[in-house]
Design a protein around this ligand. Sequence first.
Ligand SMILES: Cc1cc2nc3c(=O)[nH]c(=O)nc-3n(C[C@H](O)[C@H](O)[C@H](O)COP(=O)(O)OP(=O)(O)OC[C@H]3O[C@@H](n4cnc5c(N)ncnc54)[C@H](O)[C@@H]3O)c2cc1C
Length: 372
Amino acid sequence: MERQKKEVVIIGGGLAGLVASFLLVKSGHQVILIEKKVYPFHRVCGEYISNEVRHFLKRNGLFPDFIDMPQITKFEFSDTQGKSVRLPLDLGGFGISRFVLDEWLYHLAINEGVEFRTGIQVTGLEFDRKSDLFHLTLSDSSEVLAPFVFGAFGKRSKLDKSLNRRFFFQRSPYIGVKYHVKTDFLRDTVALHNFHGGYCGINAIEEGKFNLCYLGSREQLRHYGTIAEMEQQVLWKNPLLERIFKESEFLFDKPEVINEINFEPKLPVENHVLMLGDSAGLITPLCGNGMAMAIHSAKIAVEALNEGKSREHVERMYAQNWNEEFRRRLAVGRTVQKLFGSGRGSVIARNLIEHVPFAANLIMRNTHGQPF
Ligand SMILES: Cc1cc2nc3c(=O)[nH]c(=O)nc-3n(C[C@H](O)[C@H](O)[C@H](O)COP(=O)(O)OP(=O)(O)OC[C@H]3O[C@@H](n4cnc5c(N)ncnc54)[C@H](O)[C@@H]3O)c2cc1C
């Protein structure tokens, strides 16, 4: 396998795909990124980014300091009754909307030489052993052949079905809902407010706006029929959430909503595709670490491609580094989430944070990585 220039197709242009495309072109590879949507667009995401990526982004000219971003240094947690506790965050983070961040990275990547095909979906993906090439089918009926493919297509895609990935066939009880609001809340704080069946985050982003995003229950939405009714009947039982919903100015015509949010373990390499970001594993949102993981996974995938001496070596190196870096925090996130979304669990969690801050800090450390 030649060590210099490789052609890489990246499927999906979220943070993982965009950062990987930029780093690959910088390392001298030819890159095509295929994204099914057209930038800029909103995504369901809490838009709090852990500081562990700050140095990496700055080092690579990817830190969006052209915009005034709130620095978030404190954490507030309330149980389903609205009893709350605050503590400082260990690493902290910053807030910026994906609408702004992803579009900015998209333009940086174009300027660096990444070829984009947007508004086009990858509908089929096969690896041919004989030719040692991937064969991709696109929604515009075109086809692409490539020696390397990075899968950065997020938490769930039709491609997962065609790759026969196990998690795809398990139904998930969760939905995700996001708004941007103007409200009277602290700009240095990220809050997680529990309600029966889920939890809702709020934190500042750019231009004086706030992100209000929650993980809720598919069953409750079915039961109450509409998002608005479910919010009033379920979320508003937490008085802190009732106040936020009643007193905020909502900036979207309607919420961004997704379903089938699955936290089951996945594999970082499947069918010779290096899986990045959520395609390799979705961490529970309460950790506020999914975007940092997407960025970090892009870095280690590009390093594996640059340093690997054969396809097998690239895959082995990536899988090993991915497992070392992320497997544990994904598992801790799944465990901690069990304390959220129920009356009793959320009271236990609040008491833990209030009376054993050491334990709360330990959990935070175990759901985050170190700056890299
Ligand atoms: C409710 C909720 C709140 C969250 N809050 C936070 C938070 O506050 N902080 C944090 O760090 N993380 C948070 N996360 C997690 C975070 O949003 C993700 O981890 C992060 O977006 C992953 O980035 P990604 O690049 O892997 O995937 P994505 O950003 O989802 O990008 C995947 C891209 O692939 C495209 N795509 C999919 N299929 C195809 C295809 N077949 N062909 C072409 N394109 C395709 C999609 O259109 C999409 O643009 C939250 C998640 C949820 C569900």
